[in-house]
Design a protein around this ligand. Structure first.
Ligand SMILES: C[S@@+](CC[C@H](N)C(=O)[O-])C[C@H]1O[C@@H](n2cnc3c(N)ncnc32)[C@H](O)[C@@H]1O
Length: 215
């Protein structure tokens, strides 16, 4: 790929999602990415041949702009739209510039849905986590795949919001009409400074993959 996201080196369970996606769906399946940012996951999905619906609320992530990088460096970061054009992937990706919590249901259901560390953003705290999860579930066809990686609580303040969750607590939302395929978690680990977090910091992350039961 000619372009790179400044998020490229942050830890992710995306390879696990991709492996299960390949088992569960056809090569030209439609995958929705919630909190698509500048395309760290959208681009590899499109390159792999999937049709992608990319939902993102942050205009800078979509259109690019000045960002501050670790080491007091200012740089221009490309947005998702320019990256898709440069990589000639534009026709495989539908970009929806909107808050996911304000979107209307789509006309057709997706084969799979993925989100990476999006719902813990403070902009989502005024609505229950259950709503975010249910909205994602509603977009998935029977037999389709749900994948989410998410922040688990580390600091005291994280324990005060349900949006920093755990695989166990999240699994409760999948008791009916879903089969949980895989849950994973990390211990506490140091993430190197990156765009948006200019100092090294501690995270704990979880993953949940689930399949919607057939009708
Ligand atoms: C941690 S970033 C994604 C980083 C990811 N590791 C990547 O490189 O693409 C999470 C993204 O979710 C987006 N997001 C959070 N809540 C959202 C919502 N309600 N609707 C749409 N996008 C949302 C944020 O704007 C942010 O771009």
């Amino acid at each position: 790929m000619q372009t790179q996201s400044p998020w490229e080196h942050t830890l992710t369970f995306f390879p696990q999602f991709l492996a299960v996606l390949k088992e569960h769906t056809s090569p030209d399946a439609t995958v929705a990415v919630i909190g698509a940012s500048d395309g760290k996951f959208v681009l590899p999905l499109a390159v792999a041949g999937y049709r992608v619906i990319a939902i993102e609320r942050d205009p800078q992530a979509l259109h690019g702009g000045e960002v501050q990088l670790p080491g007091d460096v200012n740089a221009h970061a490309m947005g998702l739209l320019d990256r898709l054009k440069l990589e000639e992937l534009y026709d495989r990706v539908q970009v929806v510039e909107q808050d996911f919590l304000d979107t209307n249901p789509f006309d057709t259901l997706c084969d799979a849905i993925w989100t990476s560390c999006s719902w813990h953003y403070s902009a989502n705290h005024h609505r229950p986590l259950a709503e975010f999860v249910a909205r994602m579930q509603l977009l998935v066809r029977p037999n389709g795949l749900f994948g989410a990686e998410f922040m688990m609580p580390v600091e005291q303040r994280h324990h005060l919001t349900e949006h920093y969750t755990s695989p166990e607590r999240l699994s409760r939302h999948f008791a009916n009409a879903w089969t949980v395929l895989l849950t994973l978690r990390t211990g506490e680990f140091t993430e190197r400074a990156h765009v948006g977090r200019l100092q090294d910091h501690t995270h704990r992350m979880g993953l949940l993959l689930a399949a919607r039961t057939p009708k």
